[in-house]
Write a protein that binds this ligand. Structure first.
Ligand code: F3S
Length: 278
């Protein structure tokens, strides 16, 4: 039977646990309908259990008019928040405090006269909300994308909380041509950095790696990429039922890690399933 090792830092972070607690409190104490604006966190399994408990997903603020609306952990745009406070009976802000710090940073950089660059994935809800806090700000997730932006002489840089330090360093290298002023506010979340470090360490020591978390989760996908670069047999799954014994043929040590949006119960069920594979 293979030995199972769990990364020193893995699973739900402070921001996700806080958002889940706010949502559970809202469904247990509210007499009316409860909605989340988009998925509360990027974990389809958790989102469907919230739905079963009574916190349904709304794709627009107006779908939740007259009801309780929980603002997702990745943050929302100022206009969405304004609209929510105007039309909803109750607004619960589950935006992670570390994401809020990014909003404050871009607003400050903009007021200081910097052209704002967000190192992150365009289209991701966190990045879109951050961009909306500093009109004119732009995003790039790779050196080539940053070069194509044709930035001016004074650039303020913040980072999507789940980005890797390597990506940040590569983008900074691409834009720092020596002639422009670049001011960095490093907003990578410590929970992300510590999970990536622990995952890399474990992936380099085991025969196979299992990464648990939503396929729509940026930080889980990044963990899977890091593990795959160090361990050929890396498998990104959302739930225990996806495990296939054939993946682990000949593996003596199997490592497990999980994204910041993966609750500990989900990790425990995967570990239990791995142990039962024999
Ligand atoms: Fe917040 Fe960091 Fe988690 S930004 S949601 S504590 S990964």
């Amino acid at each position: 039977m293979a030995t199972i090792r769990i990364a020193d830092k893995a699973g739900a972070c402070y921001g996700v646990e806080r958002a889940l607690e706010l949502a559970w409190n809202a469904v247990s104490s509210s007499s009316g309908d409860v909605y989340t604006l988009g998925p509360l966190i990027h974990n389809p399994r958790v989102v469907s259990s919230l739905d079963a408990l009574g916190a349904h997903e709304a794709s627009t603020v107006d779908e939740a008019a007259g009801a309780t609306l929980i603002l997702r952990s990745h943050g929302v745009t100022p206009s969405e928040e304004e609209r929510a406070r105007a039309v909803c009976r109750n607004v619960i802000d589950a935006t992670c405090p570390f994401v809020k710090k990014v909003h404050v940073a871009v607003e400050r950089l903009m007021h200081e006269g910097y052209e704002v660059l967000v190192v992150g994935e365009k289209g991701h809800p966190e990045v879109e909300a951050t961009l909306a806090h500093a009109p004119g700000a732009r995003a790039a997730s790779a050196p080539d994308e940053a070069r194509e932006l044709d930035l001016g002489g004074k650039v303020g840089v913040v980072v999507q909380t789940t980005q890797s330090l390597e990506t940040l360093a590569a983008v900074l290298d691409a834009i720092d041509d020596g002639s422009r002023e670049v001011k960095l506010v490093n907003t990578i979340c410590e929970a992300t950095a510590s999970r990536q470090e622990a995952a890399a360490q474990l992936a380099s020591e085991v025969d196979a790696m299992v990464v648990i978390g939503g396929r729509n989760s940026a930080n889980t996908t990044r963990l899977a990429e890091i593990c795959a670069s160090l361990c050929d047999k890396t498998f990104h799954i959302e739930m225990a039922e996806e495990l296939d014994a054939a993946w682990f043929a000949g593996a003596e040590v199997i490592g497990v890690t999980a994204g910041a949006s993966t609750p500990s119960a989900q990790i425990a069920s995967v570990v239990e399933a791995l142990e039962s594979l024999g």
